[in-house]
Design a binder for this molecule. Structure first.
Ligand code: SF4
Ligand code: SF4
Length: 444
């Protein structure tokens, strides 16, 4: 399902000639104070103003006003950005740096579409694979063959994995066990609430999330049902479009957004529950994709108002503390798109602190990016590895588990821990909560 239809926002002058350009009201409010510099991971590493939030906003404005052309001087800083949004959390003017970066990438996508093998790979994944649940099913089947028939172990023993670059090798080893079917198809279309019904919620299953993390979806549903939520799992939903937006392919992201908005509008739910921080941020920001299209903008706003991260949703409907124990020393890593993009920081910690036996210790700078950042760990492996090393160095002594709310972070952290030979588990917040409730039921 692909569409090249773009929104009807008027083209801007300067180097931004295509619709959906960075909005002047977003970059003009930057007062160049520099408060954002010290929280920006790329600025922290390179100490180069061009690779800071303030520098990137300045370059985008200069390109929009025709003072710079859309060449490497602008394009490189726009693409070295992790889109982690840490800068937005400290910006006194409310500059939406992430939106500006994403819109600027959209202009680059039109001006200089990805070519060669990189372009072919980008098209294969962003247009040929992620938007198509059936094709993702083929990938799932191949991954299962790889894992279940010992091919992965054999490849490791024969040293074939050493042919991969180190970061890909680490990610290949960190892949979780793939289940037979995606939650989108294996779960019933409607699951009743346990006890008095507090609301009706649709589960957003996503693309990669539902290939690699189906058990997290199952845990999400069990915990939601337990707290009085009737759950529906719309069969026709598709990928959220976040990876496409990050790559600049806004037409494809808009096509996916239209499909999801339509499908979830038909489901008649009070909430749309998301357990992947990157997807949740994207779904909440669908209106931004339709700035130039009033009809779809209004529909996107109605859709976005119902989107909740699962931790946010549970805090909203109220939870009963589990009685089962998870006796482990653990730390919580804030996924960028949960804390900076969605402002969800307190709720996961509150939920985790309610778990008997779980000793939750804070790590320094828990909100700093782990280097995953969508596909940044594939496109910029050196910076991603630097950030991963810093993150793992910051783990408090003696922790047995790292907990977070985003599949990309889970994979990245597992890959880094495997590289170091550290036996520390990495779990999703809702998995930990579910484990405590499961234990409670076993004891009853
Ligand atoms: S983006 Fe925000 S924090 Fe950074 S320089 Fe501009 S106004 Fe200041
Ligand atoms: S989104 Fe992250 S990497 Fe990009 S400018 Fe902001 S802080 Fe820096």
């Amino acid at each position: 399902m692909a569409s090249d239809q773009v929104t009807t926002a008027a083209p801007r002058n300067g180097a931004f000639l295509w619709p959906d350009a960075p909005a002047p009201e977003q970059y003009e409010v930057c007062v160049h104070c520099g408060f954002c510099l010290e929280v920006c991971p790329t600025y922290q590493e390179w100490r180069d103003e061009n690779h800071s939030p303030r520098g990137r906003v300045f370059l985008i404005q200069a390109a929009a006003e025709g003072r710079l052309s859309l060449d490497a001087a602008v394009v490189d800083p726009v693409f070295t950005c992790l889109d982690c949004r840490a800068c937005e959390s400290v910006c006194p003017s409310g500059v939406p740096v992430g939106h500006l970066i994403e819109a600027a990438r959209g202009q680059v996508y039109h001006a200089d579409p990805p070519r060669g093998w990189r372009g072919a790979l980008a098209r294969l994944f962003l247009r040929g694979l992620f938007p198509h649940p059936r094709r993702l099913g083929v990938v799932r089947a191949l991954l299962r063959l790889w894992q279940r028939f010992g091919l992965q172990c054999l490849a490791q023993r024969l040293g074939l994995l050493r042919l991969l670059p180190p970061h890909l090798r680490a990610l290949a080893v960190a892949l979780p066990e793939v289940t037979a079917r995606p939650a989108r198809l294996s779960l019933p279309e409607r699951l009743p609430a346990a006890g008095p019904r507090k609301g009706r919620v649709a589960l957003f299953t996503g693309c990669v999330m539902d290939v690699l993390f189906t058990p997290v979806h199952e845990a999400t549903v069990r915990v939601a049902q337990r707290h009085g939520l009737e759950v529906v799992v719309p069969r026709d939903q598709v990928c959220c479009g976040a990876l496409q937006v990050h790559a600049g392919d806004r037409p494809q992201a808009q096509a996916l957004a239209r499909r999801n908005i339509t499908v979830f509008a038909e489901s008649g739910v009070d909430y749309i529950a998301v357990n992947a921080a990157g997807c949740g941020a994207m779904l909440k920001e669908y209106p931004e994709l339709f700035r130039g299209d009033p009809a779809w903008h209004a529909r996107a706003q109605a859709f976005a108002q119902r989107v909740r991260d699962i931790a946010e949703l549970l805090a909203e409907v109220g939870t009963e503390p589990p009685r089962g124990r998870v006796p482990q020393r653990a730390t919580y890593h804030d996924a960028c798109h949960l804390c900076h993009a969605q402002g969800v920081r307190v709720q996961p910690r509150q939920l985790l602190r309610s778990v008997p036996g779980l000793e939750l210790v804070e790590m320094p700078d828990a909100e700093r990016c782990c280097g995953s950042a969508g596909v940044y760990n594939l496109t910029h492996p050196e910076m991603a590895q630097t950030l991963l090393t810093r993150k793992l160095d910051d783990l408090p002594p003696g922790v047995e588990m790292v907990i977070t709310g985003n599949p990309g972070c889970i994979l990245q952290l597992r890959a880094g821990l495997a590289q170091r030979g550290q036996r520390i588990a990495v779990r999703h917040t809702v998995e930990v909560l579910d484990a405590a409730y499961q234990q409670e039921e076993e004891q009853a």
